[in-house]
Write a protein that binds this ligand. Structure first.
Ligand SMILES: [Ca+2]
Length: 179
């Protein structure tokens, strides 16, 4: 069943515009200064619907700001559905990335992020799922290479204040769906 789910999941590279960069090892992330194009500690990423014949859905927009409550971020997320918020530190601390979907809440197929932007690889320590994204699987490596852990809850929300020592700072790709 999980294999089927992975095939069906709408997959997305968070930074399609820098696909080449996204495929390189994460080594550069720790040695380079922050890039102006990715300025801001808090970002909103809007995922498109998976189109027929595609294995990766497009990223419709990626907007970043220094403050999580910046109007630009509110605007970016306004016309889409909140899916998942990733946090740099335990207990929802530090930098964050908000992932929203252009085709509604999570269903059984859900959404996928096949490659986190390089600055977000090996960084996630806590997260929150919304709108029935109540099963979230974190992977080490892009394209769902190695499963780290599956987190689940029965309701419309999934709050994980700590991903655990095994999965901490290892996530490179993510699948989410409704239980
Ligand atoms: Ca972290």
């Amino acid at each position: 069943m999980r294999t089927t789910l992975r095939v069906l999941a709408a997959a997305a590279a968070i930074l399609v515009g820098l696909a080449v960069t996204a495929l390189t090892p994460a080594v550069a992330a720790t040695s380079a200064a922050p890039k102006p194009a990715a300025a801001g500690q808090h970002c909103v990423v809007v995922l498109d619907k998976l189109r027929p014949g595609q294995t990766n859905s497009r990223v419709l927009s990626r907007t970043c700001a220094d403050r999580a409550d910046a109007p630009a971020l509110t605007t970016a997320a306004a016309s889409s559905t909140l899916l998942l918020v990733l946090y740099e530190h335990i207990n929802y601390g530090g930098a964050s990335t908000t992932i929203t979907g252009a085709y509604g809440p999570c269903d059984a197929e859900g959404y996928g992020v096949s490659a986190l932007v390089s600055s977000w690889r090996n960084r996630v320590s806590s997260f929150k799922g919304f709108n029935y994204c109540n099963v979230v699987e974190l992977f080490d490596g892009i394209n769902y290479a190695r499963s780290l852990q599956i987190y689940g809850a029965g309701g419309s929300r999934l709050d994980v204040a700590w991903v655990g020592s095994y999965a901490n700072d290892k996530t490179d790709s993510i699948l989410m769906h409704r239980q």
